[in-house]
Write a protein that binds this ligand. Structure first.
Ligand code: AGP
Length: 609
C-alpha cells in the first residue's frame, strides 16, 4: 500500500517522479505528492486524487535532479492534502509506506519539544522525531529514530542541508533500489524502476541507503558498508504496460495462457514420463516426506488459490490440509510442529498478514514453502522454500493472471508431492501433467468467446446482489468469482457451497437475482443440477457453467444462460471457468462505468494489517 519513489540523477526529477508514481499508482491512489531539491530549497507539492491531478499542479519552474514522491492509500487520517505525503518538519522532509503503531505516544512526547502535528497521520510523528534528533549526522538521527518506532516502514528522507541526497531505511515494507547512467532510483517495487535498469537490490531491513546522483551507498546503522544481493528481472517495460488493451485487467486476463506456460516451463522435465521437477527451485522430495499436516495461509485471491490447492492436495495425498485466512492465522494459536508444512501464497510477496503468518509458522518450527510472484520479496526471502509463479508484473488491483499461475503452482506441487510419497505412479503423474500442459490452449479457446461474456454482462450490470454457487473445486472457484465481481463492480455478491444455500441464504434468492452456477465437476454434477433447480424455482436468473459434453443433460428452462467450457479432465476445469468469471466481472464493471483497474478503497499490495 502506498507507492514511494526517489530519484537522484541527470534527468528532470519532477518528470521522473511523476512517471514512477503513475506506475506505482495501483498501490494507492487517494492523494499524491512530491518533494524536490531546487535552488530555493526543498519544494513540496501535494494534491488530493490521482497522480494526473498532481502533475497538473506542478509549477514549471520546479527544476531539480533529486526528489521523492508518494501515492497514498489512507490508513491514519482521511483523504486530504494535509495528510498527503511528503511530510515536513524543520530540516526533514520524508515519505513513508507502512504504519507507525506507537505514533500516539510519540506525538505526546514530541509535543513537549514544541513540535505539533499538522496532519492526522502516523507518518508525521516519524518526521518530527527525526527532526528532533537530527543535529547534522543523518545516521545518528536515523539510529535514534528507528529505535523508537514500532510498526512497519519504508522511508525516503531528504535533509534540507544535504542537497541532492536521499536517505532510505525500511522495516517490513518493501523498497528496491537500482542505479544507471541516468541516475539512481528507489521505489516500492520494480515496476517503477524498470526504465532505468533490470538489475536491482532489495534494501535489507535496518540498513541505510544513501542515494546520490552516481551511486547508492548501503551501510548498517553504524556506518559499516554492506553489499546487498543483486537481483535481476526477466520481464521488460512492455510487460508493465497496457499494450493496446483498454485496461490492465483485460490485458492480464489475456496473458494467462502465457503466464501459465512460463510457470510450467522450468518445471516440466520430459523423460519417459513428464514429472514436475523442482530442482531449479531447490526443492527436494525430502521436503515432502514425513509431512503430517499441511496448512495453507494467504489473503484474498491468493487464499482462494489455496482453497483449490487444499482440495487437490488432500484428495491425492490423504494428508489433512487446512486453509487459513492469514489475518486470523497470525493471531490464532495454530497447532504446528516440525512435521507441519505451511504454504504461504502471495502475488506481491509483501502482504503484511501473510508475512506475519510465515514468521509465526517458522517460530512454531514448521517448514515453510511460499508460492510468490515477485522475486526477492519479503515472503520469498524469508520462506524456507519458494516456488515462484512467473506471471510477470500484475498491475490491475483485481488479481487474474497471478491467481491462475498460483493454481498452476499448486497443481505442480500436488503432483510432485503425490509422486514423492508414492500416492501416484510416474505414469499417473505424467497423465496429469499432460493435462496441465494443455490448460493454456484451453484458456485461449475460452478467451475466443469473450464477446459472449461481454454480451452476458449486460444482464448483470443492474444487479444489486448476486450469488455464485458450486461444489468442490467449483465452490473454491465461486469464492474467487465473487471477490472479483464485488471488488470491481461494487455489486454485493456471495459465494456459497451449493448444498449450503438452503440452510439460510436461499431466502435471499428471489425473482431476477442473478445466480452464477458452476457445474463442471462430474462427481457432483447431478447434485449441482438439483441446486440449480432450487434457485430457478425461486425465480433466480441463472447463468449455468458446464463442461463440453454435458449439454444434453441441461434441460430446457433450467437456466437463463448456458456457458460451456472446453472438455478436459475435471481437475483442470477451474482454469477455463476462471476466465469466464474474470471476464464477467470485467465487462460488468466497464458497463457500470467504473474504474476497473483501481477500484475504490482498495490497493494492490496490502502491506498494512
Ligand atoms: C485480488 O483481486 C485482490 N486484489 C486481493 O484479494 C489480493 O489477492 C490479496 O490482497 C492478496 O495479495 P497478495 O497475493 O499480494 O498477497
Amino acid at each position: 500500500m502506498c507507492g514511494i519513489i526517489g530519484f537522484c540523477g541527470y534527468l528532470n526529477a519532477k518528470e521522473e517522479l511523476i512517471k514512477g508514481l503513475a506506475e506505482l499508482e495501483y498501490r494507492g491512489y487517494d492523494s499524491a505528492g512530491i518533494a524536490c531539491f531546487t535552488d530555493r530549497g526543498i519544494e513540496v507539492v501535494k494534491s488530493v486524487g490521482k497522480v494526473a491531478g498532481l502533475e497538473n499542479k506542478l509549477p514549471p519552474q520546479m527544476e531539480s535532479g533529486c526528489g521523492i514522491g508518494h501515492t497514498r492509500w489512507a490508513t491514519h487520517g482521511g483523504v486530504s492534502e494535509v495528510n498527503a505525503h511528503p511530510h515536513r518538519c524543520g530540516n526533514v522532509t520524508l515519505i513513508h509506506n507502512g504504519i507507525i503503531e506507537n505514533y500516539h505516544e510519540l506525538a505526546k512526547e514530541l509535543e513537549k519539544t514544541g513540535r505539533t502535528p499538522l496532519s492526522q497521520t502516523d507518518t508525521e510523528v516519524a518526521v518530527m522525531l527525526l527532526d528532533s534528533l537530527y543535529k547534522g549526522d543523518a545516521l545518528e538521527a536515523l539510529r535514534g529514530t528507528v529505535e523508537r518506532l514500532e510498526g512497519a516502514y519504508a522511508f525516503c528522507i531528504m535533509f534540507a542541508d544535504r542537497k541532492d541526497e536521499i536517505y532510505c531505511i525500511r522495516k517490513g515494507s518493501p523498497l528496491v533500489c537500482c542505479s544507471s547512467e541516468e541516475g539512481c532510483a528507489v521505489a516500492s517495487d520494480m515496476v517503477a524502476l524498470l526504465r532505468y535498469s533490470k538489475e536491482y537490490f532489495v534494501l535489507p531491513e535496518h540498513q541505510v541507503a544513501k542515494v546520490t546522483k552516481n551511486a547508492i551507498l548501503v551501510t548498517d546503522l553504524e556506518g559499516m558498508e554492506v553489499s546487498p544481493v543483486m537481483l535481476s528481472i526477466n520481464w521488460d517495460m512492455s510487460a508493465a504496460q497496457k499494450n493496446g488493451f483498454k485496461h490492465y485487467m483485460l490485458k492480464e486476463i489475456h496473458e494467462q495462457p502465457e503466464s501459465i506456460r512460463r510457470t510450467l516451463a522450468p518445471r516440466m522435465k520430459k523423460g519417459e514420463y513428464i514429472l514436475p521437477d523442482f530442482s531449479e527451485d531447490g526443492i527436494e522430495d525430502e521436503l515432502f516426506l514425513n509431512v503430517g499436516r499441511i496448512v495453507i495461509t494467504a489473503c484474498g485471491t491468493a487464499m482462494h488459490a489455496g482453497m483449490m490447492g487444499r482440495i487437490l492436495l488432500e484428495r491425492l495425498l490423504r494428508i489433512p490440509v487446512s486453509v487459513e485466512i492469514a489475518s486470523e492465522f497470525r493471531y490464532g494459536e495454530p497447532i504446528l510442529n516440525e512435521k507441519s508444512l505451511v504454504i504461504l501464497v502471495s502475488q506481491s510477496g509483501e502482504t503484511a498478514d501473510t508475512l506475519a503468518a510465515l514468521r509465526l509458522a517458522k517460530e512454531k518450527g514448521a517448514k515453510t514453502l511460499s508460492v510468490v510472484n515477485v522475486k526477492g520479496s519479503s515472503i520469498a526471502r524469508e520462506s524456507d522454500y519458494v516456488l515462484y509463479t512467473h506471471a510477470g508484473p500484475e498491475i490491475a488491483v483485481a488479481s487474474t493472471k497471478a491467481y491462475t499461475a498460483q493454481l498452476t503452482a499448486f497443481y505442480l506441487l500436488t503432483f510432485r508431492f503425490a509422486y514423492a510419497v508414492g500416492k501416484l505412479t510416474a505414469k499417473e503423474v505424467s497423465g496429469y501433467m499432460q493435462g496441465l500442459n494443455e490448460v493454456g490452449e484451453l484458456m485461449e479457446k475460452m478467451l475466443e468467446q469473450k464477446d459472449r461474456m461481454k454480451e452476458l454482462s449486460k444482464r448483470l450490470t443492474p444487479a444489486q446482489d448476486l450469488f455464485f454457487i458450486g461444489r468442490s473445486l467449483d465452490y473454491a472457484l465461486s469464492c474467487e468469482g465473487s471477490i472479483k465481481l464485488k471488488e470491481i463492480t461494487y455489486i454485493h455478491s456471495e459465494a456459497y457451497a451449493a448444498g449450503e444455500l438452503k440452510h439460510g441464504t436461499l431466502s435471499l434468492v428471489t425473482g431476477g437475482v442473478p445466480v452464477i452456477a458452476l457445474a463442471t465437476q462430474s462427481d457432483v454434477f447431478s447434485k449441482m443440477i438439483s441446486n440449480v433447480k432450487e434457485v430457478r424455482a425461486r425465480g433466480a436468473m441463472v447463468i449455468l457453467i458446464t463442461k463440453e459434453g454435458n449439454e444434453a443433460v441441461v434441460e430446457n428452462g433450467i437456466c437463463d444462460e448456458h456457458l460451456v467450457i472446453p472438455a478436459s479432465h475435471d481437475v483442470f476445469a477451474p482454469f477455463t471457468a476462471a476466465v469466464i468469471l474474470q471476464l464477467l466481472a470485467y465487462y460488468t464493471s466497464s458497463y457500470r462505468g467504473l474504474d476497473v483497474d483501481q477500484p475504490r478503497n482498495l490497493a494492490k499490495s496490502v502491506t498494512v494489517e
